[in-house]
Design a protein. Sequence first.
Length: 654
Amino acid sequence: MRRLFRGKAGALAVFLLVAGLVAGGLGWVTAAALRLEREQLQARADAELTQKLHLALWRLDGRVAPALALEDNRPYNHYSAVFVPTTALRHDGTAWPHGAVIEPSPLLHADLPDWMRVHFQADEESGWESPQVPYGMLRRRLLNPQAHVPQCNLDTEDRRRLLEELEKAVPAKALLATIKERSAPPAVHDVTLVPIANPWDNNGVFNNDTQQPEPQVKQAGGQANAPYAGQNAQPNGKAESSARFGMRSQVQSERNTSSRKDDREVAWNTLRRSGAGWFLSSPQDPAKSEEVNVHVSPLMPLWLPADGGEPRLLLARLVRLEDQEFSKEVCQGVVPDWPKLKALLREQVADIFPEADLQPVLPGTPADAERTMSALPVQLVTDPSAGAPADPGWTPLRIGLALSWTAALVALLAGALGCWSLLDLSERRIRFVSAVTHELRTPLTTLRLYLDMLTGGLVKDEKQKEEYLHTLNAETDRLNRLVGNVLDFSRLENQTPRLNKAPVTVAALLEGVRDTWQGRCQGAGKELIVETTAPAETLLDTDVALAQQVLGNLLDNACKYSRGAADPRVWLRASAEGGQLALQVEDRGPGVAAGERRSIFRPFRRGKGADVTAGGVGLGLALAERWARLLGGQLTLRAGPEGAGACFRLELPV
């Protein structure tokens, strides 16, 4: 088990495991926190949207509710162009007889909202009618200038055309069936007056479009009353009075022979013509009438289907007129202009929901109670983005999570770097011990062997003694360089050495290197060639000993690693390039592989096959590269000319 976690592979596995646990735990916490934040933001956005919806619906209902309440409380008689009040008083306090006072409907002159197109009354026999669209004699009577009836809502082409469209689209019978199915029980109970005789039509049906002359009633003062067209009396008043008396006598005789049921039919047919039957009597001889109970249900909004278009909105109520032998049902209501009303309602909420729309809530269609008006079956449709929470930006929670992730990543990175550095240090120590032990053993073994032979007197030949002494000197020098490199590297690891900078010419620097390494190169079988193209007076402000030591390490490597090269030459070249002095050490050895040109500058790192080619612990280039940085320069490696050998380039500031 311990072996599995040894080395860099094991350390990497442990690090990945720890990093996965940290990232997984922190990721779960982050996801949970962000999800909770999103839920809170969504809840806040929903609450704000609900508040806006309540405000918008309050505005919408407030815009139409007063008008709808007024229409809901409108008396039954207002849906007749003219009607007879149940009680009308004279100036002396006595009551006028029923039929003597005829009142025009307020719908003819009331200040109605512009989105109310027409008020209607519909039944199975007459179809769709409106007090604002009278026909025949009643229309002429109301348009008579001498009647002084306000006409601001009377008889427009738009209302006529609308009634015709409604008659074709929705028959009155179907409308009544729908109202009876959906309406609530009658909530208002009242009475109204209906005429029970019609002197003009024996069949009980009044022809609104009749063109026959209208009778005149003689009044006090010798003038005739023209109750139908406002005509002036004719000179022959007696003849007219006789004619009227004869016609009324005939009608009275026919009525006496009719049944009670026929009287109810006459009353109904007279009533449903917007009250035109009341004009068939005179103040001196008013039509007979009876009070009828009226039961009115609440005003109910509903949508009428339309072929290929938007449904039509209708406000309707069911009215039932009845007594012991008489019962009729009619539908009364208002036809709103839905496009105009829709535009008006959208203006009310434009500041809250600029892109809002209003859609009908059709029967059988599920509606959202939070978005549906209480006054109308209309649903407020908002932009889908209206309920989406806005981006909160960098909230304290997100800042805290970001800091947590940063701290975790920094901790993991620091741990990884520390672990990697520890492993690298451990490997370097192992390599150092192995290399130093190997490198120390060889010269020490040689020294001990040769010294034993010389001190034991085993070597008698003076020439052989001189050779042995020369070998001992070389091994001692090798041992000295090894120990020196180790001590120098140790000093570089522990502290930064002080530089002894002094001005020196390029020629003096090269001459010092030549004097030191000329013999050593010859002893290694190499020929040192020093070349310079830099001016002789070029000065360097540098640590001469350290610069020579860098060049010495490069020359030593060139001698060791190009030992078997066919070309024994080693070059030391100097050239001035801008503000730099370039010093190059070049050989014709096997060179360095491209993949190892950076790693060989690391401590205790050597190229492949270096142990076979030459000894060493791998500190020469590492020391040279660090010394070059201390001198303010740079040490690099490139391939030699035509790819043969190696060329180390040291750049120093001039």
